[in-house]
Design a protein around this ligand. Structure first.
Ligand code: EPU
Length: 423
Protein backbone atom coordinates (compact mmCIF):
# COMPACT_ATOMS: atom_id res chain seq x y z
CA UNK A 1 0.00 0.00 0.00
CA UNK A 2 1.29 3.45 -0.90
CA UNK A 3 1.30 6.56 1.21
CA UNK A 4 1.92 10.16 0.24
CA UNK A 5 4.25 12.49 2.11
CA UNK A 6 3.38 16.14 1.55
CA UNK A 7 6.01 18.66 2.64
CA UNK A 8 4.10 21.83 3.39
CA UNK A 9 5.14 25.34 2.46
CA UNK A 10 5.96 25.07 -1.27
CA UNK A 11 4.34 27.66 -3.55
CA UNK A 12 2.50 26.14 -6.50
CA UNK A 13 2.96 27.60 -9.97
CA UNK A 14 2.97 26.45 -13.60
CA UNK A 15 0.44 24.40 -15.52
CA UNK A 16 -1.00 20.90 -15.85
CA UNK A 17 -3.56 19.09 -18.01
CA UNK A 18 -6.80 17.99 -16.40
CA UNK A 19 -7.78 14.37 -17.14
CA UNK A 20 -11.02 13.02 -18.58
CA UNK A 21 -13.86 12.69 -16.10
CA UNK A 22 -13.94 9.55 -13.94
CA UNK A 23 -17.66 9.90 -13.28
CA UNK A 24 -18.42 10.27 -16.99
CA UNK A 25 -16.10 7.41 -18.00
CA UNK A 26 -17.65 4.82 -15.65
CA UNK A 27 -21.23 4.89 -17.04
CA UNK A 28 -19.90 5.33 -20.59
CA UNK A 29 -17.81 2.17 -20.21
CA UNK A 30 -20.86 0.41 -18.75
CA UNK A 31 -22.99 1.65 -21.69
CA UNK A 32 -20.61 -0.11 -24.09
CA UNK A 33 -22.35 -3.32 -22.94
CA UNK A 34 -25.39 -2.25 -24.98
CA UNK A 35 -23.51 -2.59 -28.26
CA UNK A 36 -21.92 -5.53 -30.12
CA UNK A 37 -19.76 -3.34 -32.40
CA UNK A 38 -16.30 -1.87 -31.80
CA UNK A 39 -16.28 1.33 -29.72
CA UNK A 40 -13.42 3.75 -29.12
CA UNK A 41 -13.49 5.91 -25.99
CA UNK A 42 -10.80 8.56 -25.54
CA UNK A 43 -9.52 10.40 -22.46
CA UNK A 44 -10.53 7.72 -19.99
CA UNK A 45 -8.47 8.49 -16.87
CA UNK A 46 -6.11 5.75 -15.74
CA UNK A 47 -7.46 5.40 -12.20
CA UNK A 48 -8.40 2.28 -10.27
CA UNK A 49 -12.17 2.81 -10.65
CA UNK A 50 -11.94 2.76 -14.46
CA UNK A 51 -9.65 -0.28 -14.17
CA UNK A 52 -12.30 -2.10 -12.14
CA UNK A 53 -14.93 -1.22 -14.75
CA UNK A 54 -12.67 -2.58 -17.52
CA UNK A 55 -12.20 -5.79 -15.51
CA UNK A 56 -15.97 -6.11 -15.01
CA UNK A 57 -16.54 -5.74 -18.76
CA UNK A 58 -13.83 -8.35 -19.42
CA UNK A 59 -15.44 -10.75 -16.99
CA UNK A 60 -18.81 -10.28 -18.73
CA UNK A 61 -17.23 -11.42 -21.99
CA UNK A 62 -16.11 -8.10 -23.50
CA UNK A 63 -12.79 -7.55 -25.23
CA UNK A 64 -11.01 -4.43 -24.05
CA UNK A 65 -7.72 -2.88 -25.14
CA UNK A 66 -6.35 0.12 -23.28
CA UNK A 67 -3.48 2.42 -24.21
CA UNK A 68 -2.65 6.05 -23.35
CA UNK A 69 -6.15 6.97 -22.26
CA UNK A 70 -7.88 5.33 -25.23
CA UNK A 71 -10.06 2.31 -24.69
CA UNK A 72 -11.25 0.04 -27.52
CA UNK A 73 -14.09 -2.24 -26.58
CA UNK A 74 -15.91 -4.93 -28.45
CA UNK A 75 -18.73 -6.61 -26.52
CA UNK A 76 -19.76 -9.14 -29.18
CA UNK A 77 -21.41 -11.53 -26.80
CA UNK A 78 -21.84 -10.99 -23.09
CA UNK A 79 -23.24 -12.77 -20.05
CA UNK A 80 -25.70 -11.31 -17.53
CA UNK A 81 -23.89 -11.88 -14.22
CA UNK A 82 -21.40 -9.35 -12.85
CA UNK A 83 -18.85 -11.04 -10.52
CA UNK A 84 -19.23 -10.14 -6.84
CA UNK A 85 -15.48 -9.93 -6.28
CA UNK A 86 -15.13 -7.02 -8.70
CA UNK A 87 -18.49 -5.36 -8.14
CA UNK A 88 -17.98 -5.09 -4.37
CA UNK A 89 -14.87 -2.96 -4.90
CA UNK A 90 -16.69 -0.06 -6.48
CA UNK A 91 -20.19 1.20 -5.84
CA UNK A 92 -20.41 2.65 -9.36
CA UNK A 93 -20.45 -0.91 -10.77
CA UNK A 94 -24.22 -0.74 -10.18
CA UNK A 95 -24.43 1.10 -13.51
CA UNK A 96 -23.88 -2.14 -15.44
CA UNK A 97 -27.38 -3.15 -14.30
CA UNK A 98 -29.33 -1.03 -16.85
CA UNK A 99 -27.27 -2.05 -19.91
CA UNK A 100 -27.14 -5.76 -18.97
CA UNK A 101 -30.92 -5.81 -18.46
CA UNK A 102 -31.52 -4.08 -21.80
CA UNK A 103 -29.10 -6.24 -23.78
CA UNK A 104 -29.61 -9.70 -22.26
CA UNK A 105 -33.04 -9.41 -20.61
CA UNK A 106 -31.58 -10.04 -17.15
CA UNK A 107 -28.93 -8.63 -14.82
CA UNK A 108 -27.44 -10.19 -11.71
CA UNK A 109 -25.41 -7.65 -9.76
CA UNK A 110 -24.49 -7.74 -6.10
CA UNK A 111 -26.30 -5.22 -3.94
CA UNK A 112 -23.88 -2.44 -3.04
CA UNK A 113 -23.40 -1.86 0.68
CA UNK A 114 -23.23 1.52 2.38
CA UNK A 115 -19.93 3.33 2.31
CA UNK A 116 -18.04 5.81 4.37
CA UNK A 117 -19.84 8.82 2.84
CA UNK A 118 -23.22 7.48 3.96
CA UNK A 119 -25.99 5.03 3.26
CA UNK A 120 -26.15 4.51 -0.50
CA UNK A 121 -29.47 2.93 -1.45
CA UNK A 122 -30.47 1.88 -5.00
CA UNK A 123 -34.25 2.06 -4.54
CA UNK A 124 -34.61 4.76 -7.21
CA UNK A 125 -32.60 2.72 -9.76
CA UNK A 126 -34.98 -0.20 -9.17
CA UNK A 127 -38.08 2.01 -9.21
CA UNK A 128 -37.06 3.29 -12.64
CA UNK A 129 -36.26 -0.13 -14.10
CA UNK A 130 -39.46 -1.64 -12.65
CA UNK A 131 -41.45 1.17 -14.30
CA UNK A 132 -40.12 -0.21 -17.62
CA UNK A 133 -41.61 -3.59 -16.70
CA UNK A 134 -38.64 -5.32 -15.04
CA UNK A 135 -39.12 -7.49 -11.96
CA UNK A 136 -36.67 -7.63 -9.09
CA UNK A 137 -35.64 -10.37 -6.68
CA UNK A 138 -32.95 -10.41 -4.02
CA UNK A 139 -30.94 -13.56 -3.42
CA UNK A 140 -27.67 -14.15 -1.62
CA UNK A 141 -26.82 -10.45 -1.58
CA UNK A 142 -27.54 -10.11 -5.32
CA UNK A 143 -30.17 -8.15 -7.19
CA UNK A 144 -31.66 -10.27 -9.95
CA UNK A 145 -33.58 -8.04 -12.31
CA UNK A 146 -35.47 -9.51 -15.25
CA UNK A 147 -37.20 -7.95 -18.25
CA UNK A 148 -40.72 -9.17 -19.14
CA UNK A 149 -41.17 -11.69 -21.98
CA UNK A 150 -41.89 -9.11 -24.66
CA UNK A 151 -38.98 -6.88 -23.51
CA UNK A 152 -38.90 -3.56 -21.62
CA UNK A 153 -41.64 -1.02 -22.40
CA UNK A 154 -41.32 2.77 -22.33
CA UNK A 155 -42.95 4.52 -19.35
CA UNK A 156 -42.94 7.75 -17.35
CA UNK A 157 -40.92 7.66 -14.17
CA UNK A 158 -40.07 10.27 -11.55
CA UNK A 159 -36.59 9.71 -10.06
CA UNK A 160 -36.72 12.34 -7.33
CA UNK A 161 -35.49 11.06 -3.93
CA UNK A 162 -35.33 12.73 -0.51
CA UNK A 163 -31.85 14.07 -1.31
CA UNK A 164 -32.66 15.14 -4.86
CA UNK A 165 -32.20 13.26 -8.16
CA UNK A 166 -29.88 10.30 -8.56
CA UNK A 167 -26.98 10.49 -11.01
CA UNK A 168 -26.26 6.78 -11.59
CA UNK A 169 -29.98 5.98 -11.21
CA UNK A 170 -30.75 8.36 -14.09
CA UNK A 171 -27.93 6.72 -16.09
CA UNK A 172 -29.25 3.21 -15.43
CA UNK A 173 -32.82 4.02 -16.48
CA UNK A 174 -31.65 6.01 -19.52
CA UNK A 175 -29.43 3.11 -20.68
CA UNK A 176 -32.17 0.51 -20.14
CA UNK A 177 -34.73 2.69 -21.96
CA UNK A 178 -32.58 2.85 -25.11
CA UNK A 179 -33.98 -0.57 -26.13
CA UNK A 180 -37.41 -0.24 -24.46
CA UNK A 181 -40.34 -0.23 -26.85
CA UNK A 182 -41.93 3.22 -27.22
CA UNK A 183 -41.18 6.38 -25.25
CA UNK A 184 -39.64 6.70 -21.79
CA UNK A 185 -39.81 9.99 -19.88
CA UNK A 186 -37.57 10.49 -16.85
CA UNK A 187 -38.82 13.34 -14.64
CA UNK A 188 -36.58 14.81 -11.91
CA UNK A 189 -33.60 13.42 -13.79
CA UNK A 190 -30.06 14.28 -12.68
CA UNK A 191 -28.75 17.10 -14.89
CA UNK A 192 -25.02 16.59 -14.22
CA UNK A 193 -22.68 17.10 -17.23
CA UNK A 194 -21.64 13.45 -16.82
CA UNK A 195 -25.25 12.35 -17.53
CA UNK A 196 -25.25 14.56 -20.62
CA UNK A 197 -21.94 13.07 -21.77
CA UNK A 198 -23.40 9.57 -21.46
CA UNK A 199 -26.45 10.64 -23.51
CA UNK A 200 -24.15 12.14 -26.16
CA UNK A 201 -22.22 8.86 -26.33
CA UNK A 202 -25.45 6.84 -26.67
CA UNK A 203 -26.89 9.24 -29.28
CA UNK A 204 -23.68 9.02 -31.30
CA UNK A 205 -24.23 5.22 -31.35
CA UNK A 206 -27.76 5.79 -32.67
CA UNK A 207 -29.90 6.20 -29.53
CA UNK A 208 -32.70 8.79 -29.50
CA UNK A 209 -32.35 10.73 -26.26
CA UNK A 210 -33.45 14.33 -25.76
CA UNK A 211 -33.18 16.62 -22.75
CA UNK A 212 -30.10 15.12 -21.06
CA UNK A 213 -28.57 17.89 -18.95
CA UNK A 214 -32.07 19.00 -17.88
CA UNK A 215 -34.53 17.60 -15.33
CA UNK A 216 -36.64 15.88 -18.04
CA UNK A 217 -35.14 13.28 -20.35
CA UNK A 218 -37.14 11.69 -23.16
CA UNK A 219 -35.92 8.46 -24.76
CA UNK A 220 -37.44 6.89 -27.89
CA UNK A 221 -36.69 3.17 -27.95
CA UNK A 222 -34.62 1.75 -30.83
CA UNK A 223 -33.45 -1.76 -31.64
CA UNK A 224 -29.67 -1.58 -32.17
CA UNK A 225 -26.65 0.62 -31.66
CA UNK A 226 -23.56 1.02 -33.83
CA UNK A 227 -19.86 1.76 -33.69
CA UNK A 228 -18.63 5.15 -32.43
CA UNK A 229 -15.60 7.16 -31.25
CA UNK A 230 -16.18 9.38 -28.25
CA UNK A 231 -14.00 11.71 -26.16
CA UNK A 232 -14.92 11.94 -22.47
CA UNK A 233 -15.51 15.42 -20.97
CA UNK A 234 -12.90 16.97 -18.63
CA UNK A 235 -13.07 16.06 -14.94
CA UNK A 236 -14.65 19.11 -13.29
CA UNK A 237 -13.92 17.74 -9.80
CA UNK A 238 -10.23 17.16 -10.53
CA UNK A 239 -10.12 20.71 -11.94
CA UNK A 240 -11.85 22.07 -8.82
CA UNK A 241 -9.40 20.19 -6.59
CA UNK A 242 -6.37 21.77 -8.30
CA UNK A 243 -8.10 25.17 -8.21
CA UNK A 244 -8.39 24.63 -4.45
CA UNK A 245 -4.65 23.87 -4.28
CA UNK A 246 -3.98 27.13 -6.15
CA UNK A 247 -6.27 29.03 -3.75
CA UNK A 248 -4.35 27.62 -0.76
CA UNK A 249 -0.70 27.92 -1.84
CA UNK A 250 -0.69 29.04 -5.48
CA UNK A 251 0.97 31.89 -7.28
CA UNK A 252 -0.82 31.56 -10.61
CA UNK A 253 -1.71 27.96 -11.46
CA UNK A 254 -3.01 27.15 -14.94
CA UNK A 255 -5.19 24.15 -15.72
CA UNK A 256 -5.55 23.12 -19.36
CA UNK A 257 -8.28 20.89 -20.82
CA UNK A 258 -11.08 22.15 -18.59
CA UNK A 259 -14.65 23.02 -19.59
CA UNK A 260 -15.74 26.40 -18.25
CA UNK A 261 -19.43 25.68 -18.88
CA UNK A 262 -19.30 22.90 -16.22
CA UNK A 263 -17.46 24.92 -13.56
CA UNK A 264 -20.04 27.61 -12.66
CA UNK A 265 -20.75 26.89 -8.98
CA UNK A 266 -17.12 25.93 -8.31
CA UNK A 267 -15.74 29.16 -9.86
CA UNK A 268 -18.26 31.28 -8.01
CA UNK A 269 -17.15 30.23 -4.52
CA UNK A 270 -13.45 30.83 -5.31
CA UNK A 271 -14.42 34.31 -6.51
CA UNK A 272 -16.57 34.99 -3.43
CA UNK A 273 -13.47 34.18 -1.34
CA UNK A 274 -11.54 36.80 -3.35
CA UNK A 275 -9.41 34.49 -5.55
CA UNK A 276 -9.02 35.48 -9.17
CA UNK A 277 -10.27 32.90 -11.69
CA UNK A 278 -9.37 33.72 -15.31
CA UNK A 279 -10.40 31.63 -18.31
CA UNK A 280 -9.05 31.92 -21.85
CA UNK A 281 -11.53 32.92 -24.54
CA UNK A 282 -12.33 29.33 -25.50
CA UNK A 283 -13.04 28.40 -21.87
CA UNK A 284 -10.76 25.36 -21.92
CA UNK A 285 -7.93 26.76 -19.82
CA UNK A 286 -8.12 28.53 -16.46
CA UNK A 287 -5.60 30.31 -14.25
CA UNK A 288 -6.25 30.79 -10.54
CA UNK A 289 -4.49 33.56 -8.60
CA UNK A 290 -4.66 33.31 -4.83
CA UNK A 291 -6.21 36.33 -3.06
CA UNK A 292 -3.89 38.38 -0.87
CA UNK A 293 -6.59 38.62 1.78
CA UNK A 294 -9.05 35.78 1.19
CA UNK A 295 -12.34 35.69 3.05
CA UNK A 296 -14.51 32.77 4.12
CA UNK A 297 -17.79 31.74 2.48
CA UNK A 298 -20.82 29.51 2.86
CA UNK A 299 -21.53 26.54 0.65
CA UNK A 300 -24.52 24.24 0.51
CA UNK A 301 -24.17 21.26 -1.78
CA UNK A 302 -26.95 20.67 -4.29
CA UNK A 303 -27.53 18.69 -7.48
CA UNK A 304 -26.00 20.25 -10.62
CA UNK A 305 -25.88 23.17 -11.38
CA UNK A 306 -25.57 23.64 -7.58
CA UNK A 307 -22.36 23.20 -5.62
CA UNK A 308 -21.08 19.59 -6.01
CA UNK A 309 -20.88 17.36 -2.94
CA UNK A 310 -17.70 15.96 -4.53
CA UNK A 311 -15.97 19.34 -3.96
CA UNK A 312 -17.06 20.09 -0.38
CA UNK A 313 -14.18 18.29 1.39
CA UNK A 314 -11.58 20.11 -0.73
CA UNK A 315 -13.27 23.47 -0.06
CA UNK A 316 -13.30 22.70 3.67
CA UNK A 317 -9.51 22.34 3.39
CA UNK A 318 -9.35 25.78 1.74
CA UNK A 319 -11.50 27.28 4.51
CA UNK A 320 -9.32 25.70 7.23
CA UNK A 321 -6.73 28.46 6.72
CA UNK A 322 -8.99 31.20 5.31
CA UNK A 323 -9.53 33.99 7.89
CA UNK A 324 -13.06 34.21 9.27
CA UNK A 325 -15.89 31.73 9.65
CA UNK A 326 -17.00 29.50 6.77
CA UNK A 327 -19.94 27.14 6.67
CA UNK A 328 -20.15 23.93 4.64
CA UNK A 329 -23.47 22.13 4.45
CA UNK A 330 -23.86 18.82 2.59
CA UNK A 331 -27.49 18.12 1.76
CA UNK A 332 -26.70 15.19 -0.55
CA UNK A 333 -24.48 13.14 1.76
CA UNK A 334 -24.99 14.71 5.24
CA UNK A 335 -22.50 12.25 6.79
CA UNK A 336 -19.67 13.08 4.39
CA UNK A 337 -17.40 14.82 6.95
CA UNK A 338 -14.76 12.18 7.81
CA UNK A 339 -12.02 14.51 6.57
CA UNK A 340 -12.85 17.02 9.32
CA UNK A 341 -11.71 14.76 12.17
CA UNK A 342 -8.35 14.23 10.41
CA UNK A 343 -7.97 17.94 9.62
CA UNK A 344 -8.64 18.76 13.27
CA UNK A 345 -5.64 16.59 14.13
CA UNK A 346 -3.66 19.00 11.94
CA UNK A 347 -4.86 21.98 13.98
CA UNK A 348 -7.97 22.96 11.99
CA UNK A 349 -10.81 24.52 13.98
CA UNK A 350 -13.91 22.71 12.65
CA UNK A 351 -17.17 21.80 14.35
CA UNK A 352 -19.41 19.30 12.58
CA UNK A 353 -23.04 19.10 13.51
CA UNK A 354 -26.00 17.65 11.66
CA UNK A 355 -24.61 17.68 8.11
CA UNK A 356 -22.89 21.06 8.54
CA UNK A 357 -19.25 21.97 9.23
CA UNK A 358 -18.47 25.34 10.79
CA UNK A 359 -14.87 26.19 9.97
CA UNK A 360 -12.97 28.92 11.78
CA UNK A 361 -9.89 29.73 9.71
CA UNK A 362 -6.61 29.28 11.61
CA UNK A 363 -3.30 30.94 10.77
CA UNK A 364 -1.57 27.69 9.90
CA UNK A 365 -1.98 23.92 10.13
CA UNK A 366 0.65 21.55 11.45
CA UNK A 367 1.62 18.30 9.77
CA UNK A 368 0.41 14.98 11.22
CA UNK A 369 0.08 11.38 10.09
CA UNK A 370 -3.48 11.16 8.71
CA UNK A 371 -5.66 8.50 7.20
CA UNK A 372 -7.53 8.77 3.90
CA UNK A 373 -11.12 7.54 4.31
CA UNK A 374 -12.69 8.11 0.89
CA UNK A 375 -11.71 9.64 -2.41
CA UNK A 376 -12.57 13.32 -1.87
CA UNK A 377 -11.67 13.26 1.86
CA UNK A 378 -8.18 12.10 0.85
CA UNK A 379 -7.87 14.91 -1.67
CA UNK A 380 -8.81 17.34 1.12
CA UNK A 381 -6.02 15.95 3.32
CA UNK A 382 -3.47 16.40 0.52
CA UNK A 383 -4.62 20.03 0.19
CA UNK A 384 -4.36 20.56 3.95
CA UNK A 385 -0.86 19.06 3.84
CA UNK A 386 0.26 21.59 1.21
CA UNK A 387 -0.17 24.42 3.69
CA UNK A 388 0.79 22.62 6.94
CA UNK A 389 4.06 23.21 8.75
CA UNK A 390 6.17 20.02 8.35
CA UNK A 391 5.58 16.74 6.52
CA UNK A 392 2.05 15.29 6.44
CA UNK A 393 1.86 11.56 5.77
CA UNK A 394 -1.39 10.39 4.20
CA UNK A 395 -1.89 6.64 4.38
CA UNK A 396 -4.38 4.45 2.51
CA UNK A 397 -3.58 6.30 -0.69
CA UNK A 398 -5.56 3.74 -2.67
CA UNK A 399 -8.61 5.89 -1.95
CA UNK A 400 -7.12 8.78 -3.91
CA UNK A 401 -5.89 6.49 -6.69
CA UNK A 402 -9.54 5.51 -7.29
CA UNK A 403 -10.25 8.87 -8.88
CA UNK A 404 -7.20 11.12 -9.40
CA UNK A 405 -4.89 10.25 -12.29
CA UNK A 406 -1.21 10.68 -11.31
CA UNK A 407 -2.00 13.16 -8.55
CA UNK A 408 1.57 13.07 -7.21
CA UNK A 409 3.06 13.67 -10.68
CA UNK A 410 0.71 16.58 -11.31
CA UNK A 411 1.52 18.15 -7.93
CA UNK A 412 5.26 17.78 -8.63
CA UNK A 413 4.74 19.45 -12.01
CA UNK A 414 3.26 22.41 -10.09
CA UNK A 415 6.37 22.49 -7.83
CA UNK A 416 4.75 20.95 -4.75
CA UNK A 417 7.07 18.79 -2.62
CA UNK A 418 5.43 15.38 -2.43
CA UNK A 419 6.70 11.80 -2.30
CA UNK A 420 4.83 8.56 -2.89
CA UNK A 421 6.34 5.81 -0.74
CA UNK A 422 5.46 2.19 0.09
CA UNK A 423 3.92 1.67 3.54
N1 EPU B 1 -30.19 7.98 -3.40
C1 EPU B 1 -31.35 7.37 -2.98
N2 EPU B 1 -31.79 6.28 -3.69
C2 EPU B 1 -31.16 5.80 -4.79
C3 EPU B 1 -29.98 6.44 -5.22
C4 EPU B 1 -29.52 7.54 -4.49
O1 EPU B 1 -31.96 7.77 -1.99
O2 EPU B 1 -31.63 4.81 -5.38
C5 EPU B 1 -29.68 9.17 -2.67
C6 EPU B 1 -28.26 9.01 -2.17
O3 EPU B 1 -28.22 8.34 -0.92
C7 EPU B 1 -27.81 10.45 -2.10
C8 EPU B 1 -28.51 11.10 -3.28
O4 EPU B 1 -29.61 10.23 -3.60
O5 EPU B 1 -28.26 11.05 -0.91
C9 EPU B 1 -27.65 11.29 -4.52
O6 EPU B 1 -26.97 10.09 -4.83
P1 EPU B 1 -26.67 9.67 -6.34
O7 EPU B 1 -27.46 8.46 -6.67
O8 EPU B 1 -26.80 10.85 -7.23
O9 EPU B 1 -25.14 9.23 -6.23
P2 EPU B 1 -24.43 8.23 -7.24
O10 EPU B 1 -25.07 8.34 -8.55
O11 EPU B 1 -24.32 6.90 -6.62
C10 EPU B 1 -22.66 9.90 -8.19
C11 EPU B 1 -21.17 10.05 -8.18
C12 EPU B 1 -20.69 10.41 -6.78
C13 EPU B 1 -21.38 11.73 -6.38
C14 EPU B 1 -22.90 11.58 -6.47
C15 EPU B 1 -23.65 12.87 -6.19
C16 EPU B 1 -20.40 8.54 -9.88
C17 EPU B 1 -19.67 7.30 -10.24
N3 EPU B 1 -20.55 8.80 -8.59
O12 EPU B 1 -22.97 8.84 -7.28
O13 EPU B 1 -19.29 10.64 -6.88
O14 EPU B 1 -21.01 12.07 -5.07
O15 EPU B 1 -23.27 11.13 -7.79
O16 EPU B 1 -23.28 13.86 -7.09
O17 EPU B 1 -20.81 9.29 -10.75
C18 EPU B 1 -17.07 10.72 -6.13
O18 EPU B 1 -16.71 10.88 -7.32
O19 EPU B 1 -16.29 10.91 -5.16
C19 EPU B 1 -18.45 10.32 -5.85
C20 EPU B 1 -18.82 9.77 -4.70
Amino acid sequence: MDKLIVHGGATLRGSINISGSKNASLPILAASLLCDQELIIRRVPDVSDTNYMVQIINSLGGEVERSSGTIRICNKSIIDTAPYDLVRRMRASICVMGPLLARTGRAIVSLPGGCVIGDRPVDLHLKGLEALGATTEFEGGNIIITAPKGGLKGAEVNLRGTHGPTVLGTDNVMMAAVFAEGTTVIESAAAEPEVEDLANFLNAMGAKIEGAGTRRIVIQGITSLGSVEHTVIPDRIEAGTFMAAAAIVGEGVTLHRVCRAHMGAINEIFEVCGHRVEYNTTGDSVTVYRAENPVGAEITTAPYPGYPTDMQAQMTAVFATTPGISVVKDTIFPQRFMHCAEMKRMGADIRVDNGTAIVKGVKELSAAPVMASDLRASAALVLAGLTARGATTISRLYHIDRGYENIDEKLLQLHARVERVKE
